[in-house]
Design a protein around this ligand. Structure first.
Ligand SMILES: Cc1cc2nc3c(=O)[nH]c(=O)nc-3n(C[C@H](O)[C@H](O)[C@H](O)COP(=O)(O)O)c2cc1C
Length: 175
């Protein structure tokens, strides 16, 4: 195992991919070599000392490739520091207030607990009318989700910096 960090993500319309890239950028700026990859290209965890996993949220669920990755790699993930994030709510105000306290699929909480995830963040997402299917447009109209890009880049960077600080401190303490 070397000192690389993996940021793996699941996206449908691209908003989560850009959040993952932002996290990767902050980790690299903090001096941690980092790969940012979709789950479809994240296989062997051997090269990674820590992982950050995130997914877009659709109807209260993580995307299926993210769920499959968590389940398939539980053992390898349990041996590494792991952080999780969901990308979802649109609109002004605290992300967790917009989701009434929700931040992560309930069905996945037991696996996150077993792996002992360090933190689970919830970030604002983006809804671009041009990229949505007819069904998606109908669904978001029904739940009155505001259209627009509500991603909070500062919140994303701040969260990533805490991860970098934690990893660097832990690395220093075992030297
Ligand atoms: C059909 C549909 C259902 C959604 N359901 C949820 C939801 O249950 N909770 C939530 O917080 N956001 C929900 N969203 C918002 C998306 O999570 C948000 O647009 C996110 O940024 C999408 O990320 P992506 O571009 O990476 O796919 C939904 C969006 C659509 C289009």
């Amino acid at each position: 195992m070397n000192d690389r960090v993996l940021v793996a993500y699941a996206t449908k319309h691209g908003a989560t991919a850009e959040i993952a890239e932002k996290i990767g950028q902050a980790l690299r700026e903090a001096g941690l070599p980092t790969d940012v990859l979709p789950f479809s290209r994240s296989g062997d965890l051997t090269p990674y000392k820590a992982v950050v996993l995130g997914s877009a949220v659709y109807i209260g669920q993580w995307r299926k490739e993210a769920v499959a990755f968590l389940k398939a790699n539980e053992k390898a993930l349990a041996g590494r520091p792991m952080w999780l994030f969901s990308t979802g709510p649109t609109g002004k105000g605290e992300a967790k207030e917009l989701t009434k306290g929700w931040r992560f699929p309930r069905a996945l909480q037991p696996i996150a607990d077993r792996i002992q995830s360090r933190d689970i963040a919830l970030f604002h997402g983006a809804l671009d009318r041009k990229t949505l299917s007819q069904v998606e447009k109908w669904m978001i109209k029904k739940v009155k989700a505001p259209l627009g890009d509500f991603r909070d880049w500062e919140a994303v960077s701040t969260w990533a910096k805490v991860i970098a600080d934690t990893l660097k401190k832990e690395a220093a303490s075992i030297k």
